[in-house]
Design a protein around this ligand. Sequence first.
Ligand code: PLP
Length: 497
Amino acid sequence: MTSALSARSTEILAALTRLREADAPTHGGHVLSYVYDSGRAELDQLAAEAIRIMQPVNGLDPTTFPSVAAMERDLVRFTRRMLHGDQEVVGTVTSGGTESCLLAVKTARDAWRSAGGSGTPRLLAPVTVHAAFSKAAQYFGLELDLVPVDTSGVLEPAQLTERFGPDVALVVVSAPAYPHASLDPVADVAAAAAAAGIACHVDACIGGFVLPWWVAEDGGALPLWDFAVDGVTSMSADLHKFGYAPKGASVLLHRGRDRQRAQYFATRRWPGYPVVNATMLGSKSAGALAAAWAIVERLGEDGFAELAASCQRSTDAVTAAVRTIEGLLVVGSPVGPLLAVATDDMVPEDRRVDPHHWADAVREHGWLLQLQPGLVQADGTRLPHATHLTITPVTESVLPDLLFALTSAADEVRGVPAALAGSIVPSEITDVLASLGNRADPLSSQEASAVLAGLGIGAGGSVLPGRMAPLLAVLEALPAQLTERLLVELLAGLVDP
Ligand SMILES: *Cc1c(COP(=O)(O)O)cnc(C)c1O
């Protein structure tokens, strides 16, 4: 209790509160990514109390702390039912979407090996699959085979299934994919995968706790996307997204106990205690698990349905509003409470709105959208750069102000050409590339920070500029590998004491 704290502890908490003042606002609906605000203060309070109760517990060992197993069992049961899994579907609670995706890949790789697979396994997915799968391929030694989608983010199933082969350990589709909210053709891909004996993961990290209550654009049901499809062998669904739980909780489900056991790590071959871990961490907090458990208990299916309906009303309103803004378009046919916005190239150049300039202008109005760079795919086609919005239940309480900001911001930047429009590469970039020559060895930390400074990023004072469009354009113009190296330097610099 705060009243029992010493003066020093009170000061420390005050300092912490001051640090938080520099953060983006986590409540109130002004940040349209990263945070998933139910708009219900009671849920936050419930989660905080749940975390406090579980604070000293070690989630490492559910035999010593049976509360951990009890909460996890309840969450797996709820999620399995929600995603139409039968008694053969089992699972675990992980620390988040990335861990669920990593473990889905590790499990599939090991199951593939047990079934006789040898050599380098391949991970096959549309290019819109979450970056966590690229991370998994890197961590676990799989070759990542990314299939191009059309410029609306839509996958033609045959483009993926024609690449099936005995080396494919896992095919991944998304419900929906994060960049453009495209709902991948789960039924087609999973059926073909089952026929070929290939495991199929549906990444429902973002959609899992909201699509079960989502109504399709035509007013009907969505195409099947979960365990109702036979060939689906595993699924991920994040509690800390549309489960409205604080960060640190996601569910990973597998069809079949035998398959799921490949997820575990166990050893008694060291002099310490026998280690059995379902997930990647050892000792871990049970706080996020408890908070997620409490929120799911509180909401139940009806509560989730109500919150999903609110998300749907707001998403429909935002989508309709963006569609009336001259110069912008909504990419593809988004499914779920998220969408990407790009330039409408069908209008004359002086009427076009660049989505990154737009995002910067929207930010001036006090709203934070997420900038996505363009991407050249393996077949040479380019997915346009876009701006991403995730809509949450809180959006409904600020909807008129948000729509006003989106519309006014477009008026402010209409006709302003995209940064680096027409592939005019600015001298900073040509200088950087010239200075690096054809170097294949990685840049040293000193070299990388010098390049960043040359680009006017990160050196002294604020890390990121107020306007992001020019920065994104520069990052997009540089080779991907160099960009990645520079981003590492930028982020490592943030915590360098
Ligand atoms: C958020 C997300 C992930 C990764 O989840 P984190 O919780 O950020 O680690 C994976 N897939 C999709 C589709 C996502 O939206």
